[in-house]
Write a protein that binds this ligand. Sequence first.
Ligand code: GRF
Length: 211
Amino acid sequence: MPERSSGAARLRVGVLASGRGSNLRALVVATRASGVRADVVVVVSDRADADALAYARVEGIPAVHLDPRQHPTREAHDKALIGVLDEHRVGLVCLAGYMRILTPELVRHFAGRLLNVHPALLPAFPGLHAPRQALDHGVRVTGATVHFVDEGVDTGPIVLQAAVPVHDDDSVETLSARILEQEHRLYPNAVQMLLERNWRVEGRRVLAAAR
Ligand code: GRF
C-alpha cells in the first residue's frame, strides 16, 4: 500500500459492496472512532438499491452506482470502476459483499491493495453460501477470513482469520450472524495491521513484523 501510517497521512479506502453493507459500516465506524488511520472515501456498488449506497449517502461518503448494463463488457465496466477508484485516489480497495467477479485487469491494477472478507476459514468453503457449505459438511469450527484478492475466487494470500464454533442447533441464519460479528471485528483489524506493521507477501503467506 502506498500510503502508510507515517506522519499525518491517512489511508484512503474505497469499498465495493452489492448489498447490506454491514462490513462497510464496520469499516466506517472503526476508522472514525478508533485509531485506524484510514478513511472510507468512496463506496461503489453495481446495484442502485444496495443498502451500502444508502448508508454511504447518509454518512456523507461519495456513493457511486456503476450499472453493469451501461457497459458492453465486463472489461469496460471494470475500467470505469478503476476510473472511479483512481479518481478518489484510493490506496486500498475493500470488497465487502461485492457480488461481481473482478477482471484480471482490475485485480492487477490494485495488486497488493485489494482485500476481501469471506465468511469461512479459507481455503475451506470458497464461493457462495459458505455458512451453508460449513453446515452441510458438518465442521465443528468455521470462521471468517480477510485475504488479498488475486485472480482466483477466494484464493489470495490470507491476512487474518477468526474461528467461529458451529453449534448443534445452528441454522444458516444463526451461524451466519455469529460469523458476521467476527467479520466486523476482523476487517478493521486487518486494515489496521496492514497500516501499522511492516508486512510482505512471501508465496502464499502474509508476514507482518513490528515496525
Ligand atoms: C459477508 O458475509 C461477507 O463475508 C461476504 O458477503 C457478506 C457481505 O455482508 N463476502 P455485508 O453486505 O457486509 O453485510
